[in-house]
Design a protein around this ligand. Structure first.
Ligand SMILES: Nc1ncnc2c1ncn2[C@@H]1O[C@H](COP(=O)(O)OP(=O)(O)OP(=O)(O)O)[C@@H](O)[C@H]1O
Length: 347
């Protein structure tokens, strides 16, 4: 098999931001594969493990029986551009709670594939689903909120140039065997100043060139829908919805009634904003995932903290929302065990 053809290093960026091919040995651990390799590692695409609007994700088996996931974008230049954009961003990112890029295939025209570390427990949306065999314990839910906030703090504040994810939602949060998480799907992400550019061409003239709107139903910041301006605060909004899902166990958009969780939670969110920790326990319990009633780790004050975080993240105008690092600080101050879970420090 003709793997390990080329390598890409973080310091090998050319001015047009395309990864520069530097040799035949993979030094940084990020490998460029051939299409034959993609076919062979996925056993001819025999096991589909996920799919989205832009790609299909297949199980790949590396040497030594190590598993990985090949995220394949095939068939159009538009999908290819989504692939390129995600590749360029993942090449910059290294964080314990962001999915790791292991390699890629790129035909430079219309097909691309990202080889990602494999997360065996699927995504958070599936795990919270009522048909899931396992009920996610309360302590894991607080830890997941904390870990996602840390990943967002990294992309928003600690890396340069800063990155807006653009599609924070529970199906973009992948779980490992210990129920720790990694943020994935940077296909909608915006880097640096590009995140602040208003796509006025789409909004003003239907004839003009289409600019792709980002985000997913139930998670999209109303301010972004109105203005088209992608910002860190739109990520905070999506995070607020994810925290509501973690507390309630409900979907962002109910499959049965089509109701949005932000709407059903609105009266409670208002009470939290008005009363803070003085909110009646009864109201909090009514919103709480009923499957947590027997969970001995449940602490109602922690539930109030999580709801407080969600309420602040969902505020309008966006300038009233906290930053990711403020969320990280609040969670660790109010839920002290989070700092002892081993997820408080970057690896
Ligand atoms: N590394 C991985 N390990 C395990 N499962 C994965 C991995 N990457 C993706 N998946 C599965 O595939 C699903 C879709 O992945 P992803 O969101 O990256 O695709 P997409 O085409 O960008 O989707 P979207 O329509 O949300 O933009 C995930 O929700 C998850 O269930």
């Amino acid at each position: 098999m003709s793997c390990f053809l080329t390598c890409v290093r973080f310091d090998d960026w050319t001015t047009d931001k395309k990864p520069k091919i530097t040799g035949s040995v993979s030094v940084s651990g990020i490998t460029c594969y051939t299409w034959d390799d993609v076919e062979s590692l996925t056993s001819n695409f025999s096991r589909l493990i996920g799919s989205g609007g832009y790609s299909s994700i297949y199980l790949a088996r590396l040497s030594g029986a190590k598993k990985a996931a090949f995220k394949v974008h095939v068939g159009s230049h538009r999908l290819y551009q989504v692939f390129r954009s995600e590749l360029e961003i993942l090449l910059r990112l290294q964080h314990p709670h962001i999915v790791k890029l292991l390699g890629y295939f790129d035909d430079s025209e219309e097909t691309g594939a990202l080889l990602l570390e494999y997360l065996p427990q699927g995504n958070l949306q599936e795990k919270l689903n009522h048909n899931s065999k396992q009920v996610l314990p309360w302590r894991n839910r607080t830890a997941l909120a904390f870990q996602v906030a840390q990943a967002m703090e990294h992309i928003h504040e600690k890396c340069s140039p800063q990155i807006v994810h653009g599609d924070i939602k529970s199906s973009n949060i992948l779980l490992d065997k210990n129920l720790n998480c990694k943020l994935c799907d940077f296909g909608s992400a915006r880097v640096g100043f590009s995140s602040m550019v208003q796509p006025s061409t789409t909004m003003s003239s239907p004839r003009s060139k289409q600019v792709r709107m980002i985000g997913s139903p139930g998670y999209t910041d109303p301010h972004y829908l109105r203005t088209g301006i992608a910002s860190k605060k739109m990520d905070m909004y999506g995070f607020g919805v994810v925290v509501l899902e973690l507390v309630s166990g409900k979907e962002a958009v109910s499959a049965e009634k089509g109701e949005m969780l932000v709407h059903t939670a609105a009266p409670l969110i208002q009470d939290i904003c008005d009363l803070g920790a003085n909110i009646a326990e009864e109201k909090v319990r009514q919103f709480l995932d009923p499957r947590l009633s027997k969970d001995s780790s449940l602490d109602i004050e922690e539930v109030k903290t999580m709801l407080g975080v969600a309420a602040f993240c969902l505020r309008s105008p966006p300038s009233l929302r906290p930053s990711a690092s403020q969320v990280v600080q609040t969670l660790v101050q109010k839920i002290p065990y989070l700092s002892f879970l081993g997820c408080g420090k970057e690896a």
